[in-house]
Ligand binder design. Sequence first.
Ligand code: 5AD
Length: 365
Amino acid sequence: MTQQVKDILGHVAQGQTLERDDLIRLLDISEENEYEALFHAAYEVKKKNVGPVVYFRGLIEISNICQKDCLYCGIRKSNPKVPRFRLSIEEIVQAARWAHDNHYGSLVLQGGEIQNDNHSQYITDALNQLHEATNGELGVTLSLGEQSPQVLRQWRQAGAHRYLLRLETSRQDLYRQYHPEDHLWAPRLQCLDDLRNEGYQVGTGVMIGLPDQTNADLADDLLYIKELDVDMIGMGPFIPHGDTPLAHHLDTFNKDAQLQLGLKMLACARLLLPDANMAATTALQALSDTGRELGLQAGANIIMPNVTDPKHRRAYQLYDGKPSLDENSEQSRMGLEKRIAGIGEKIGYGLWGNSPRFKKRAPKA
Ligand code: 5AD
C-alpha cells in the first residue's frame, strides 16, 4: 500500500475530514490491498455510526410512464420499445401489505416523473390507502422526480416521510450533456431545497462512471452532497441501456471496473457522511451477483428489495441486465436474508430505520 493512502486513511481514523485531493486519491485506488484498506476503514465508520444493521425498504415500481427524456435512461419518454404501465392503487396496497406482513419497516414508491393533477391525486390516494391498510406503521419514501412545493406538501400530508431525488451529477456541463435542453440542473437543486422545507428526510446521489466523468468530478460530487447535508444517499454505477442514445457505450463497458468505482464511491461517501443512510443499489447487483453485499461491506446500510409483482418488472428497465426480473418478493427476501447473514449483519425488521443524521437534525420534542 502506498504511504499516501495509508496516511489518508490514518487521518480519517483520527477524525480528520477528507479533502478533495484525498478523495481523488482514494477513488484512483487500483491495488487490491488498497481497496481492502479503504473498505475496511469505511466499514469501521459504518459500524460506529449506524451499526452493522441493514434496513429493508420494500421497493414498489409504480409506473414507467415518464415525461423526461434523460439520455441514459431505459424508460425515457422517447423509447418506443417499452410497454408502459401504471399499477392500480389496489396493486400498490397489496405490495405494501406484503411488505408490512413481512416486517419491512418502510416502503419506497418509485416511478417516472409525471407532473399533472391526475398523477398527484393518484399518489395521494395510494398513500392514504396503503397507510390505512397497514395501520400507518410503514415509513414511506417517494422517488417520483421533480415536483412543485404544493404537490410535495400534499404528499407529505398524505404520509410520505422521505424523498429521493438524485442530482445525477454536480458538474453542470455534464448534466447538460446527458439531458435534453429543457431539463435544467438548477430547478432540480431547488426541488431538493423545497423537499427540506416541506419537512421530508432528503436523499440525493449521482450516477457513477458516466462517460467523460473523471474521478475529480466524483470527488466534487461527494463534497457537494456533503454540503447539501442530506439524510440519505442513493447512488449507483451508470450501466448503458441498449435502447438509448448512450447504447454505443455497451461496446467498451467494463463491468468490473464500474463495480469497483461504485464501491469506492460508497466507501468515500461513508467516510465523508458517517451517519447518513446509504443504499446498496440494484445497479450494483446488475454488475455482480454479490454486488449489494459488497455495497454493504463498503459502507452502505440500506437495501431496497423489489416487492412489485414480477409481471411488470421487465418494463421497468432503467439499464440493461437488471437482476431478479422473475423472482417474487418471497424468494428475494429469503435470498437476501441468507446473504446478509453470510456477511455477519442483522436486518432491522419492523423499524423505520431513520438515519442518525436525520435524528440529530430533527428538533427535540
Ligand atoms: N444506469 C444507471 N442508473 C440509471 N438511472 C437511470 N438510468 C440509468 C442507467 N442507465 C438512475 C438515475 C435515476 C434513477 C431513478 O436511476 O440516477 O435518478
